[in-house]
Design a protein around this ligand. Structure first.
Ligand code: ADP
Length: 644
């Protein structure tokens, strides 16, 4: 491109120069229009004027623009008025650009110069713009060989230069794109068999930078044995056959080696070029590592299969509560199809009275708190309430920001039903047992009194044992009944004013009867009146005392105390038993929780005693507390409000 213009220009310059010289009167040193011969002037004017190339002539030290064709004036963005003015006045914006100096240089040395793609900033249409010219300055000599002026012929190459700049930019950007995409490139000459692989391609195929590459010797062996035949077959019998593929190539396969012996998945695409006879000449294309995409695809497929096959409903939603996914178990449990539910609000399946619960849980998750699984209810499509166990967790993006919520709902209707049947059974059984037990107890006491009176030691002893066991059974049955009431929400307390001290004495008495083996003492002596449910507090004491007896050695001391404060009394039961491991402290009061240790393994129980104690006290706006040290003993205590 470049050379073409230079050559052309030189040729033109010579033509014009000769023309100009012949057009000028020989004697005239200052070239002016008026001094030109008319015929020659006409020829000169026509040729110069019609020239698409800017042509001008500057004369003398002042560089007076004596000639400037319209292409020049157009390039300068000036009118005819520029002619006759010194160069620097004709194009004042060129003042700080090197042109004047260049012109003077030629004027003084008499040597021609030419420049390619030279930038000139000129005001055209009132705007300072950048143009590019390829131009030549020729000395304009008089007959004596003295340089009197400088003749310029130029070519505006602005568009070309800009186009080239753009091309460079687009070449650069496609190179960057290839690099950024980690594309490897290959170029195979199908006639000579020569293959060029770029750096990235060599990395992917684990071929060093300097080793030669061949189809049979390098490419095929680098392909995973399970894919090799398929790829080879695809290239030879499809891609290279114009009628089948039109030269198009796009395939995925595994490469082995890849640096560390790991298998990688690649996607390769390219194009084959054919001659007129459809003989393949050249095969070029790219190779791209898709291992992570493949694995991500596989992982996603696996996860969605797990979600779909889960027996639990798995639902996800955005932070506004709009449902985003709905698996097939959600369809089965709630009766709505995924199509119906995706995009709808989660409130569709939440009973009105439970909306607040949902809001609170959402607020907690948004604060970053975790939420344990819990049991709740949801509405099915037929508006039937379903018991579910719900696990809610936040869905976070890569930066850890919460972007949604996932919910796993398990239908526990049947479990609930079974639980209810079990509770019903225990309640009925306990009720049925309670009445005969009360009768047994009163008769045992009657006969026991009689035996004591008669001084019949054997009977007294035997009946005492019977009474103890009957008492244990009574406590147990009372616990069962209370537990059932709590579950069914029927539990209630009847508050009355009573002397707690008296109750503690009675409980101690009771406990002594059950466990004559322990020394049970009450440390308080004055009457103190409290407001509470007397029967239920008696049950609290029975449970605390029976634990103190169960979990401390025979013969050890158990102390009941009642410390009077300003508005309340603190009642405590202290034993000198095995104590409780710190790790169990928080869970002791859970329903059915029992500590599994060497020492307690022989003591029987259901693990509901402390749960009931805790629940009963909650109903009194109080709370059970404890201190315990292993192998030293435990103290359980609670407050009750005092009344005058
Ligand atoms: P249960 O006695 O039927 O197992 P509880 O709910 O009454 O159930 O007590 C729960 C657990 O707490 C017991 O299994 C026992 O290990 C522990 N525990 C309760 N009271 C005491 C105590 N005074 N000393 C040591 N361990 C105790």
């Amino acid at each position: 491109m470049h050379h073409f213009y230079k050559k052309e220009l030189n040729f033109l310059i010579n033509v014009f120069y000769k023309l100009l010289v012949s057009a000028l009167p020989k004697s005239n040193s200052k070239m002016q229009y008026s001094h030109l011969n008319v015929d020659n002037l006409y020829t000169y004017k026509t040729i110069i004027e019609l020239s698409p190339f800017p042509i001008y002539l500057c004369m003398g030290e002042e560089l007076i623009v004596t000639v400037a064709n319209s292409a020049t004036l157009k390039a300068w963005g000036k009118t005819q008025e520029a002619i006759g003015k010194p160069f620097e006045q004709a194009v004042p914006e060129l003042e700080n650009q090197p042109f004047k100096k260049l012109l003077l240089g030629v004027l003084h040395n008499g040597k021609a110069v030419s420049y390619s793609n030279y930038r000139a900033d000129i005001i055209v249409d009132g705007i300072l713009q950048s143009f590019y010219f390829t131009f030549s300055y020729q000395p304009f000599k008089n007959t004596a060989g003295k340089t009197e002026g400088v003749f310029c012929i130029a070519n505006d190459v602005t568009e070309l230069v800009l186009a080239k700049q753009n091309l460079n930019a687009s070449e650069e950007s496609s190179r960057l794109a290839i690099e950024a995409a980690m594309l490897g490139t290959f170029d195979q000459n199908l006639i000579t068999g020569e293959i060029i692989w770029d750096r990235r391609c060599r990395t992917l195929f684990d071929v060093s930078l300097d080793s030669p590459v061949s189809y049979e010797g390098t490419f095929l062996p680098a392909i995973h044995p399970m894919d090799r035949e398929r790829v080879n077959n695809h290239i030879l019998n499809y891609t290279l056959v114009k009628s089948l593929s039109d030269g198009n190539y796009d395939i995925e396969y595994r490469v082995i080696g890849a640096g560390n012996g790991a298998t990688k998945w690649v996607r390769s695409s390219g194009k084959v070029f054919f001659n007129e006879e459809d003989v393949p000449l050249r095969f070029i294309g790219t190779v791209f590592d898709i291992t992570s995409i493949k694995f991500a695809d596989e992982r996603e497929a696996m996860l969605s299969a797990i979600i779909e096959s889960s027996y639990d409903a798995i639902i996800s939603k955005d932070l506004d509560g709009n449902i985003k996914s709905w698996n097939s178990s959600a369809e089965r449990i709630f009766g709505y199809s995924a199509d119906e539910m995706i995009g709808k609000s989660i409130y569709t399946i939440i009973p009105n009275e439970l909306r607040e619960e949902e809001n609170q849980i959402l607020a907690r998750l948004k604060r970053g708190e975790s939420v344990k699984s819990f049991e709740t209810r949801r509405l099915s499509e037929t508006k039937k309430e379903i018991d579910i166990s719900l696990t809610i967790s936040p869905v976070k993006d890569k930066s850890g920001k919460i972007v949604g919520i996932s919910k796993i709902a398990r239908d526990i209707t049947e479990k609930k039903l079974a639980e209810k049947q079990k509770n019903d059974f225990i309640t009925i059984a306990s009720h049925e047992l309670k009445t005969p037990l009360t009768t047994i107890k009163s008769y045992v006491q009657l006969i026991l009194n009689q035996a004591r009176k008669d001084g019949d030691d054997f009977k007294t002893n035997a009946l005492s044992r019977v009474e103890r066991q009957v008492n244990r059974m009574t406590i147990l049955i009372e616990n069962f009944l209370n537990n059932a009431q709590l579950i069914e929400g029927r539990f209630e307390i009847k508050v009355e004013r009573f002397d707690i001290h008296l109750l503690l004495q009675e409980s101690a008495q009771h406990a002594r009867m059950v466990a004559p083996s322990h020394q049970i003492t009450v440390a308080a002596h004055i009457p103190v009146y409290v407001m509470a449910d007397r029967k239920k507090i008696a049950q609290v004491m029975e449970n605390l005392l029976s634990n103190a007896i169960k979990y401390s050695p025979i013969g050890s001391e158990i102390t009941i105390n009642c410390e009077i404060k300003k508005e309340s009394a603190t009642i405590s039961v202290l034993d000198r038993g095995f104590g409780i491991d710190r790790r169990d402290h928080t869970r002791l009061f859970e329903r059915f929780y029992r500590v599994r240790s060497e020492k307690s393994k022989n003591s029987s129980g259901f693990g509901i005693g402390l749960f009931l104690v805790s629940e009963i006290l909650k109903f009194h706006d109080s709370k059970i507390e404890m201190n315990s040290e292993e192998n030293k003993g435990s103290v359980f205590y609670f407050d009750l409000p005092i009344i005058e």
